[in-house]
Design a protein. Structure first.
Length: 165
């Protein structure tokens, strides 16, 4: 009888471990990005609309402007947005550098310009904690990020969060 109980507990523990491992393997940055895709696209479209009308949404006290709209501003208008946020929807094209002190530099092109003959490459600077997610997502991934203007630094990836339950 004792052997049957131990065997049952062992089987139960193995099944729990396998289920746990499957859940961890599935819930990576790609899982969250796919899950949040429609919400991000809808949000991005709203930010474009509001940016074109200079009715910027606000996140944690900072105005948000869409990247291509920002590119079209005059220098004076850009200076007025110093310290605010830019929302970029881009395709990852290049890893520039990584250091524990400096973070991760990446190159990308805006999704809206990707099909142009010569899309403009731009660079973003992320904290080092994003290195593994950016590597996992890989070149060619379509990503969303907030960055601080005017240098496109202190960036955070959007839509790759975690479950906190």
């Amino acid at each position: 009888m004792m052997k049957k109980i131990l065997l049952a507990l062992l089987i139960l523990n193995c099944q729990f471990f396998l289920i746990s491992a499957e859940n961890r393997a599935i819930k990576d940055a790609t899982f969250y990005l796919k899950r949040e895709s429609q919400t991000l696209k809808s949000y991005y479209q709203q930010v474009i609309l509001q940016s074109k009308n200079a009715q910027y949404p606000v996140f944690r006290g900072r105005k948000i402007i869409e990247h291509s709209v920002y590119n079209g501003l005059t220098n004076a208008q850009k200076n007025a947005l110093k310290g605010e946020l830019v929302l970029s929807y881009f395709i990852l094209r290049d890893f520039v550098k990584y250091s524990h002190l400096g973070g991760v530099g990446v190159g990308g092109v805006l999704v809206s310009e990707a099909k142009d003959k010569k899309p403009r490459m731009f660079y973003l600077k992320f904290d080092g904690r994003y290195l593994s997610d950016l590597e996992f997502l890989g070149m060619g991934s379509e990503l969303y990020a907030y960055c601080v203007l005017p240098h496109f630094n202190h960036c955070i990836l959007l839509g790759i969060g975690e479950d906190w339950g």
